[in-house]
Design a protein around this ligand. Structure first.
Ligand SMILES: [Zn+2]
Length: 219
């Protein structure tokens, strides 16, 4: 009998559910080296796109230098960590300029769960204006530019989950190496935040993947 025809399908989609007890401790996963500093950029819709001037921000990920290109948010959070969905999930989108064979990905996205002060009290602010409260407006040319130090979004404790997946918007291309920080970061905005419209993709099946984690279980 001939082998069954294999239909190409997408098997590495994001986001996914992350479980501490169903993931695997990989001691070789090194701490992510965040080399962040104040950077300038422009807002394109709800996405902050960094200007490509100066040294910029980058992470060193498994020996590779990956520059930070943009950051954006999803409300509510997309990845679910041990059954919990955060109010906001920040995506720090880094480019993998030259990847070795073991990282056939175009992007390293670091996800951070944010816990803003959210209340039902009026007046609430939409996400865009709320986020701009973290940015320093800079007068400039035709386009309004802003400055921000993305390290304000990083929690002190940076243990993480690690898996291969996809973008969660657009065509959901499977070109992302994901690092999802386990600990959330408390972040203050200029007043209460209105969490709609929702901009989160629903969780996708794990399929034939394993999720690694950088932290051991404490007995
Ligand atoms: Zn995203």
């Amino acid at each position: 009998m001939p082998a069954p025809v294999v239909t190409p399908q997408r098997t590495q989609q994001s986001p996914i559910k992350l479980h501490t007890l169903k993931s695997y401790y990989a001691p070789e996963l090194k701490p992510i080296d965040f080399q962040y500093t104040k950077v300038s950029g422009v807002l394109e819709g709800e996405e902050f796109v960094l200007e490509r001037v100066g040294p910029g921000c980058r992470v060193v990920f498994d020996g590779m230098e990956c520059p930070l290109r943009k950051l954006h948010y999803h409300a509510p959070g997309e990845h679910r960590i041990d059954g919990v969905t955060a109010d906001l999930e920040l995506h720090l989108v880094h480019e993998i300029p030259a990847y070795p064979d073991e990282y056939p990905s175009a992007y390293l996205v670091v996800a951070v769960m944010l816990t803003p002060a959210v209340t039902k009290a009026a007046p609430q602010q939409a996400l865009g204006p709320w986020l701009r409260g973290h940015f320093d407006a800079r007068s400039g040319g035709a386009r309004q530019t802003y400055e921000v130090d993305p390290s304000i979004y990083l929690p002190t404790e940076r243990a993480y989950f690690r898996y291969e997946g996809s973008l969660t918007t657009g065509d959901a291309d499977e070109v992302v190496s994901w690092v999802v920080l386990r600990s959330p970061q408390n972040i203050e905005g200029p007043g209460p935040l209105k969490l709609d419209p929702e901009s989160a993709r629903i969780v996708q099946p794990l399929m034939r993947r394993y999720v690694l984690r950088s932290f051991a279980l404490i007995a």
